[in-house]
Design a protein around this ligand. Structure first.
Ligand SMILES: [Zn+2]
Length: 275
């Protein structure tokens, strides 16, 4: 054996080498001492063996005790470091900080919605008082025309609402009616939580029966009957049917557009509501 190289290494480590290096390497025929070229080769094989051993030990230590910082050699050579570091939850690390789930918080049963970009808003009334996002407005017009063709006349009541508008709808009316917040939230969303912010939702009345506007009795109108039968063909759906999962009061007059990718994502992505 090569005594010179052995004396430089810990004896217990060199004893383990024979077991740790792969069989193919271990079986390599070590040449007799005397030929300097072969001596060098033997030394290289031993160093390789020790390196493999050190690598194995460092992986083992990392797996069991997480002894090495994230930038250690062991971490870099591991293919998938995240699950192994999560095996030791007592050691906090930025890599293991849990991500916040994409399920949004709700406020009194209402979900948060962003305001539609003003440049995409299109009026669906001649006086410009009711606006929807362009994709929803086009489909709404198509739907209203189809209804009119069968003698049913829609009266658009409310479309896009800004945060400011909703501030009034929620708080001012709440004060006027002396309602507490949860009572008010049964029929109206707090600012930032209204589907009307998206520009995809519209409150529809029956032009021939305005006394049922914004009332559950809207369900007795021809307009509602027509919507129930046909709205789906124009990609509109009722947001708050009876016993909806959000616990919002039945609103047969409030319909939302889900006919393109963005509107669908607005209302369904991450909205798996936990009741
Ligand atoms: Zn509404």
């Amino acid at each position: 054996m090569d005594n010179a190289s052995l004396s430089r290494k810990p004896p217990q480590a060199s004893e383990l080498v024979a077991d740790e290096i792969p069989e193919a390497v271990r079986d390599h025929p070590y040449p007799e001492a005397g030929q300097s070229q072969s001596k060098k080769k033997g030394l290289i094989w031993k160093l390789l063996g020790l390196a493999a051993l050190a690598f194995g030990v460092s992986i083992w230590l990392h797996l069991n005790f997480n002894l090495f910082p994230a930038t250690s050699q062991a971490e870099q050579t591991q293919q998938n470091p995240a699950p192994t570091s999560s095996a030791s939850p007592s050691v906090p690390s930025p890599a293991t900080t849990p991500k916040v789930p994409a399920v949004p918080e709700n406020l009194l049963g209402h979900l948060p919605y962003p305001e539609a970009p003003a440049k995409d808003l299109v009026s669906v009334t001649s006086d410009g008082s009711v606006k929807l996002r362009s994709s929803a407005a086009a489909k709404y017009q198509e739907m209203a025309n189809a209804a009119a063709a069968s003698g049913v006349y829609f009266a658009p009541i409310s479309g896009f609402r800004s945060l400011q508008d909703q501030q009034h709808v929620f708080f001012d009316v709440k004060a006027e009616r002396r309602q507490n917040a949860s009572k008010r939230a049964e029929v109206s969303a707090p600012p930032g939580y209204s589907e009307h912010h998206t520009g995809y939702a519209i409150d529809i009345g029956d032009g021939s029966a305005p006394e049922h506007n914004l009332s559950p009795s809207f369900e007795n109108t021809q307009a509602f009957e027509w919507l129930e039968a046909n709205a789906v063909a124009f990609s509109f759906e009722m947001s708050f049917p009876k016993n909806n999962r959000q616990g919002v009061s039945y609103e047969p007059w409030h319909w939302r557009f889900v006919g393109d990718k963005q509107s669908l994502e607005t209302f369904y992505k991450a909205h798996s509501m936990k009741k």
